[in-house]
Design a protein. Structure first.
Length: 300
């Protein structure tokens, strides 16, 4: 998911010192989190709830480079719980005859739940309530002036709009820029690939008009951007879910209940605000997670 390049080995040696259920019978549960902010916040939510409601201790390993590394570490019993995204089911974990590509969020989620359970012995829980997926975002004043709410509304203006995107999207064959242009029937003016932060700097400096954002990017709030509806269903869904090893859930059914209590509780607007607090306001991830749980009455 968040479309990071896969870097290095699965985990550093330091990460592998401690294993829990499925690797030695300890009461310690290990949660893995990728390099981006939403899985780190979710990990701290699970940590807080588990430690308040059970006798288990929780260890969080952060900054694992990508979701495939998370899956490998879970398979080996080095971590037991993580946040993953439904579109991961299309990321070469299964044969082409096993997976049917669809942009329908529920069908994608159901495939992830079935296939990861069968092959990896994981429970892929229902969505936490938000997606972290590609979207198109434009300046809000331009959107309101021209009554633009969905991606197809850009057609009359696209050849005048400067597009900034991360470089990989320009090159990807199936869900990248060329496929998008063909799907929607228009092309942007002079599309440029760049690092994500430079993309948002370009919008701020009036050098770009349109960007490929992720649906929970805090810069959407910071720069007052309008996220457009994917009305022709081009982008694959990436619904966030907690995923756990089945042997751990069988041994600790109280943890399963805690995970289930978080499903469908955090929508995209809420998660974007939580990430904003961490990435823009530079607050601690754990502090933000605990504050949210207390506001929702989930934590004392």
């Amino acid at each position: 998911m968040k479309k990071k390049l896969i870097l290095g080995s699965i985990l550093s040696a330091a990460m592998l010192v401690t294993s829990a259920c499925g690797g030695g019978g300890s009461d310690e549960i290990t949660i893995g989190a990728q390099t981006y902010t939403d899985p780190k916040i979710i990990a701290h939510m699970v940590e807080a709830l588990v430690e308040e409601q059970t006798d288990h201790e929780v260890k969080i390993i952060k900054d694992i480079s990508a979701s495939p590394q998370i899956i490998s570490a879970m398979e080996q019993g080095e971590i037991q719980i993580a946040t993953l995204y439904s579109g991961e089911v299309y990321n070469n974990h299964f044969g082409k005859d096993e997976v049917e590509f669809t942009t329908d969020p529920q069908k994608t989620l159901e495939q992830a739940q079935k296939l990861f359970n069968e092959k990896y012995d994981f429970t892929w829980f229902d969505s936490l309530g938000f997606q972290n997926k590609y979207t198109i975002a434009i300046k809000r004043d331009f959107a309101e002036k021209n009554n633009i709410t969905k991606m197809s509304d850009l057609a009359p203006f696209a050849d005048q709009l400067r597009l900034g995107t991360d470089s990989t999207w320009l090159e990807r064959p199936n869900d990248g820029y060329r496929a998008f242009s063909k799907h929607y029937g228009f092309e942007f003016k002079d599309p440029k690939g760049m690092e994500v932060q430079l993309m948002y700097t370009g919008v701020e400096n009036n050098e770009l008009d349109v960007v490929t954002a992720y649906s929970v990017d805090p810069q959407i709030i910071q720069l007052d951007l309008k996220m457009l509806e994917d009305d022709k269903a081009f982008f694959p869904p990436f619904s966030a879910s907690l995923v756990a090893r089945n042997d751990m859930l069988e041994e600790y059914p109280d943890v399963k209940k805690i995970i289930e209590s978080l499903t469908d509780t955090i929508d995209e607007e809420t998660m974007t605000k939580l990430i904003y607090e961490v990435d823009i306001n530079k607050r601690d991830e754990k502090e933000v997670a605990l504050e949210y749980l207390k506001e929702q009455g989930l934590l004392k």
